[in-house]
Write a protein that binds this ligand. Sequence first.
Ligand SMILES: Nc1ncnc2c1ncn2[C@@H]1O[C@H](COP(=O)(O)OP(=O)(O)O)[C@@H](O)[C@H]1O
Ligand SMILES: [Mg+2]
Length: 256
Amino acid sequence: MSRVIAVANQKGGVGKTTTAVNLAASLSHLGKKVLLIDCDPQGNASSGLGVRIDAKAPCLHTFLTDPSAPPPILRPLAPKLDMALLPSHSGLAATEIELFSHDHAETILLRRLSTIKEGYAFVILDCPPSLGMLTVNSLTAAEGVVIPLQCEYYAMEGLTLLLDSIRKIRLRFNPYLSVEGIVLTMFDRRNNLSHQVANEIRNHLGYRVFDTIIPRNVRLSESPSYGLPVLLYDAGCPGAKTYLQLSRELMAGGIS
Ligand SMILES: Nc1ncnc2c1ncn2[C@@H]1O[C@H](COP(=O)(O)OP(=O)(O)O)[C@@H](O)[C@H]1O
Ligand SMILES: [Mg+2]
């Protein structure tokens, strides 16, 4: 049985890609077979793992639109980490528009994924910063959503919109979608707003907030430029330790 988990928040710069990449690497390090799918035309999850492919190379676009092509799955970290990556690049921006002309466009990723997902314990989807067709496809294909949230005042407003979209997706396309949890990212210990935000989410929205809080850690922002998840860049740093802890929490099972 594989668990498909979307890392989503329509807000940019909240730590989606950092969470998707490092969660995937941590789960892989703990012995799970993991496929990371870069669902963002910006291709940050791909470049953050050292994969820079030109705009004609097979990517998620190929996977979604050409069922006869072999799935373009790479293993950029082998032999250190046997984690699989389905990359993307700027060409995926056109996919978003192209998908609209397909019948049942919202379920294309779900259907395509069903042909490959059984080989993996976890499939992690790094969503783009929008609620467009690629995010809708990701949420339709997923059983769980992990929502990275930066601890700031405006984060709550964006969250309400996202939770609303999740409710709509449940009604229309995917009744099995559950919120695995909200993960607080870029936490600054000197600022107690984080605790207020966490309490507010628990009290007012009733959603689970992961016990693990990801601190602001410069190692996390440096590692993508070396094409590495933080675990292979500086295994002892707080970013690496907390993402490992988060992956253990996720493995222990999500609650809606
Ligand atoms: N915990 C963290 N500590 C320090 N920098 C971080 C942390 N999480 C993310 N970043 C940096 O913040 C920026 C935005 O993060 P990213 O994961 O790309 O967000 P998103 O995918 O939501 O747009 C990136 O430059 C990333 O390296
Ligand atoms: Mg991103």
